[in-house]
Design a binder for this molecule. Structure first.
Ligand code: AMP
Length: 515
């Protein structure tokens, strides 16, 4: 079944009711979202592309961007959302790998994106701006808004989500209609979604959290969203008293707690605060509870899998334990495996492996990588390290609760976004005068984690740390640029010659927080 048809079945009968409430803007009704998506789907269909063609969208968050997502689903295309922070090299890589037939970008970026799209043989480039204007809107305006959603099988691809930047681990996770439908349906019941819910939506829609957990969740319940283009603590304070659910990365919660106006009274209508995409510090969890009386529900998931585990919503499902990501969601299996491939005992740390109807179909055009990440008996290797049961934050938790203790892969999560050190190191090493570099993640009070670049200069070369940061800003998205660059004589290495990133992490741990 087409995911759109599943969502549509829950749309309220009264299509004039508000779907997106937009503070400082014009609200959009369910009918407007539906017919806008239909017109875009008609335009996509008029291009006579094969089913499963990719629609790449490095666009700002907007109601029309949401329509484009729904239109791609309806027309049987594969939606490829991309962060607008991506620069030339990054887009060149994504277009080259995914081979989209359509690219939709903001008109201000058309000049530099068009040549990249042409070089990658993209047939159609149109614009869509944050204010809902652009050539996509003109092209679809002529259609009548009547479109029969294309029937697809559960295995048909609905979306490709790229897991990182340009080198190393940049892979397109292929998510099918069945993957997304099953995850949305599971969360609908597990989190008790209702049609009178109001989701405060402040997350980007190029990422799994905002798009598949937030948007799909609300639409499948026929629930309204308060739609902010991005997180802003002051705006959140104004909108919270009208919402029943808020979803955020830990940074949102940390920032809300810095506001003295953030009180129990502000949260009076909220029934659920959800956190995920990065570890929620126990101190944030506890401070939040003390300030608001609410227990944040932490959940765990990833682009490749959707949501895997969640602390319970309903009391009968159990307790929410800080420091854990809860229990495997219904239908999802989680096991912990040692480096030797043997199952770990309860409480023992190992690699987290998962199975379920929500697990992706593999990496786009990377069969070898796909094979590497699955065990021979069909479990997906998440790359995260964790344990089942044992002690979390000083409390003995039940045996089916998952705690994440670290990441097997070299990855920094900054403000909820993934940053792969290998990619950043590649750019730094290309700078004249740089011998080598290592990028490590260190704790940061606001972003959770940020990168620190430790750089070795070539003999006789003098490096300017600010110039390195400025150079990186022209090459990669801002959120990936290390917040601190230090020049050293040499990198610490073990006897195998591997850079000891753990030592660098320890050394720079106190760069942004008190050690
Ligand atoms: P992404 O694909 O961008 O959603 O990133 C997925 C990764 O984020 C996971 O593999 C985990 O490393 C991390 N992650 C997601 N949720 C949590 C959480 N609640 N606690 C700790 N790490 C998390």
């Amino acid at each position: 079944m087409n995911l759109y048809s599943l969502l549509e079945a829950s749309f309220p009968e009264n299509r004039d009711s508000i779907c997106l409430e937009i503070p400082d803007g014009r609200d959009r009704s369910w009918g407007e979202i539906e017919s806008g998506a239909a017109r875009m789907a008609q335009w996509l269909a008029s291009l006579e592309l094969p089913l499963g063609s990719r629609v790449a969208a490095p666009i700002e968050k907007s109601p029309e961007g949401l329509m484009l997502y729904l239109a791609s689903l309806r027309a049987g295309m594969v939606f490829l959302p991309l962060n607008t922070a991506y620069r030339d090299a990054e887009l060149d890589y994504f277009f080259g790998n995914a081979k989209p037939s359509v690219v939709v970008c903001p008109s201000k970026n058309l000049d530099w994106i068009t040549p990249i799209a042409s070089a990658n043989h993209v047939a159609h480039v149109v614009t869509l701006d944050e204010d809902g204007t652009g050539s996509l809107m003109q092209a679809s305006a002529g259609f009548d808004g009547q479109f029969t959603t294309v029937a697809v099988s559960d295995d048909a691809l609905a979306s490709i989500l790229y897991t990182s930047g340009t080198t190393g681990r940049s892979k397109g996770a292929m998510l099918s209609h069945g993957n997304l439908s099953s995850n949305a349906s599971t969360l609908r019941h597990y989190w008790g979604w209702r049609s009178d819910d109001v989701l405060l939506h402040m997350l980007p829609i190029f990422h799994i959290h905002g798009l598949f957990v937030g948007v799909n969740g609300a639409m499948l319940a026929g629930a309204k969203m308060i739609w902010l283009s991005k997180f802003d603590a002051k705006a959140a304070l104004r909108c919270l008293p009208k919402a029943t659910i808020m979803m955020g990365v830990p940074t949102f919660y940390v920032r809300l707690l810095t506001e003295t106006a953030f009180t129990q009274e502000v949260c009076r209508t909220i029934r659920l605060f959800v956190s995920g995409s990065a570890p929620l510090l126990l101190e944030t969890f506890l401070e939040f509870k003390e300030r608001t009386g609410h227990t944040i529900l932490e959940r765990y998931g990833m682009s490749e899998t959707g949501m895997l585990a969640s602390n319970p919503y309903h009391q009968q499902d159990g307790t929410r334990f800080g420091g854990t990501v809860g229990k495997p969601l219904p239908g999802v299996s989680i096991r912990i495996t040692g480096e030797d491939g043997q199952p770990c005992k309860v409480g023992e740390i190992g690699l987290i492996e998962v199975k379920g109807p929500n697990i992706f179909k593999g990496y786009w055009e990377m069969p070898d990588k796909t094979k590497e990440e699955f065990t021979t008996d069909g479990w997906f290797r998440t790359g995260d390290m964790g344990r089942l049961g044992g002690e979390a934050a000083g409390v003995q938790v039940p045996d089916d609760y998952v705690s994440i203790v670290g990441r097997g892969k070299d990855l920094i999560i900054s403000g909820g976004f993934n940053v792969y050190p290998k990619e950043i190191e590649g750019f730094i090493d290309d700078i004249a005068g740089v011998e080598e570099s290592a990028v490590v993640g260190v704790p940061h009070p606001d972003f959770g984690e940020v990168g620190v670049a430790v750089v070795v200069a070539k003999a006789g070369a003098v490096l300017d740390t600010f110039a390195i940061q400025s150079f990186l800003k022209t090459k990669i998205a801002n959120f990936k640029v290390p917040k601190k660059v230090v020049v050293v004589k040499e990198l610490p290495r073990n006897t195998m010659g591997k850079v000891q990133k753990n030592l660098l992490r320890d050394e720079h741990r106190g760069s942004f927080i008190q050690k």
